[in-house]
Write a protein of this length. Structure first.
Length: 255
């Protein structure tokens, strides 16, 4: 009798599942240990949850956009803002200095009006600074450099108006007309003009709030007239003392 051939079994061995399941079990155990050892940052977890929630909700913004703060200003706009601030700072150096000098000028003009000295004292803003012009008859008698009593009072009141924070350099200059001087006290109009400037400055500096180191005196004689010496009225205008308040920053006066 012929032996019957054994039919080949189509059943596949599942023995490989045991080591695979053991491997998965070990991996799960490893992750559990790692998770137990880690320190969860609640704040980061909350932020991550918000990102996913907004991303998957309708109308949500993209994940890349989450890095931007709600009120964050774009870089280009920040740079423009910085430029504007720098322009404002450059404005401060000249324009704020001009405003300070205008404030001093306003105070002096108010004093002039209150004392009815419009014909004797004047102010003018120039690129050099604030110029205060005082005609000689307020302070001095003809041919004299001694300050009159009424002039001393005016000088002391003007000194209070010169106090500023920060302080300014101040130049006091004396001027005369072109008529030669005829007395033994002064060799020339130049000598007379500089002595008047010095005497006026000494009274100003009686004010302890002013720093003498910031003051200087000059005498120009008849060499810098404001009008031609062609009449008695013009010569009176040329006989004057000028107080120049220098700006701490360069200013530009536009007429």
């Amino acid at each position: 009798m012929m032996r019957r051939k054994k039919k080949k079994s189509n059943h596949i061995s599942e023995s490989w599942l045991l080591p695979y399941s053991d491997l998965l079990t070990l991996l799960v155990a490893l992750f559990i240990v790692l998770f137990a050892m880690s320190d969860i940052n609640a704040e980061k977890y909350e932020r991550l949850s918000q990102v996913f929630e907004s991303e998957f909700s309708s109308g949500g913004i993209g994940i890349l956009d989450q890095n931007k703060q709600p009120n964050e200003i774009p870089t280009a706009q920040k740079e423009d803002d910085e430029d504007d601030k720098n322009k404002e700072k450059s404005k401060t150096s000249s324009e704020l200095e001009l405003e300070k000098l205008q404030g001093i000028q306003g105070s002096i003009n108010t004093y002039i009006q209150e004392q009815h000295l419009e014909g004797d004292i004047g102010t003018k803003l120039t690129d050099e600074g604030l110029l205060i012009t005082i005609v000689n008859n307020v302070f001095f008698d003809s041919g004299s450099a001694e300050v009159k009593k009424d002039g001393e009072k005016v000088a002391r009141e003007v000194s209070n108006l010169l106090v500023a924070d920060p302080p300014h350099e101040i130049v006091i200059s004396g001027h005369s007309d072109d008529v030669p001087i005829h007395n033994s006290g002064y060799a020339s109009n130049w000598d007379l003009s500089v002595t008047r400037a010095l005497n006026f400055m000494q009274i100003i500096l009686e004010n302890e709030k002013l720093d003498p180191a910031l003051f200087s005196a000059k005498g120009y004689g008849e060499n810098k007239p404001v009008v031609p010496n062609t009449s008695a009225e013009n010569r009176e205008k040329n006989r004057r003392v000028e107080v120049l308040i220098l700006p701490n920053y360069e200013i530009n006066i536009t007429e």
